[in-house]
Design a protein around this ligand. Sequence first.
Ligand code: FAD
Length: 267
Amino acid sequence: MYALNYVKAKSVKEAAEFLAAHPEAKLLAGGMTLLPTLKLRLARPTHLVDIAHLPDLRKIEVKGGKLVIGAGVKHHDVAHSPVVRKAIPALAGLAGEIGDPQVRNQGTIGGSVANNDPAADYPAAVLGLDATVVTTKREIAAEKYFQGLFTTALGEDEIIVRVEFPLPKRAAYSKFHHPASGYAMAGVFIAQTAGGVRVAVTGAGPGVFRWKEAEAALAKGLKPDALEGAMLDASGLNNDMHADREYRANLVRVMAKRALAKLSGKK
Ligand SMILES: Cc1cc2nc3c(=O)[nH]c(=O)nc-3n(C[C@H](O)[C@H](O)[C@H](O)COP(=O)(O)OP(=O)(O)OC[C@H]3O[C@@H](n4cnc5c(N)ncnc54)[C@H](O)[C@@H]3O)c2cc1C
């Protein structure tokens, strides 16, 4: 490691002010992504501003028809929260499938959503549930928030404070784990929301995306065989040493069918 400064923020406001005054500083939440990035010299911040302990970022509640999860809530706590399990069981299940116990006990929802790894799980739920990312500056709809590979609408000194998930009628997530890392080779989140059925895909492409053809098929009814004819165009999908794009397209179809089976109570 090289020399850098560590700052333990006393409040979200103080962290935001510090970031504004120090453009080369970086927020530290669970450190599960940031610390390996520093070790590999892929980032060289002047300061790490620790926000993981702030109570304002650790709340989980249902308010105004939404499940509200603070940015500093760890994956383990989302997975085991009775509030999340009751409001959106699929989200608790998703959090419980992230990485391994060490990652789940350190990593936070805010860190994951800020990082926007193309194989991360939360982006599928945030987009699938049409959630809102609330920051120190504004509210950003999921559709506008995710902007492709490790890219989001967040500004340099903007802090995610919480994520607000509208309560769906039903939702389910199915993921094919990468056997080494646990990340999604393909993960599909299906939600029956007030605005219709949404299908969000992670892991298969350069960023989370909605599979519109599957949504159109499911809009006719959430029947177990509704996705039999749905095809996913493989041309924009990832093609790498882990899987080629045609394999990934097929994985997405399989994961979507599994998520649908969970929704219909068949699995
Ligand atoms: C071995 C391993 C396996 C993993 N497997 C999976 C998996 O299966 N699925 C999955 O989804 N993820 C997986 N992850 C990633 C994990 O979920 C991380 O927790 C997550 O990517 C980052 O969260 P963090 O709290 O550790 O953030 P950090 O590493 O502390 O920060 C990540 C980035 O987000 C920024 N940031 C943090 N908090 C905020 C905030 N509130 N507002 C704005 N910016 C912020 C930081 O400055 C940094 O740039 C894995 C990680 C590891 C190491």
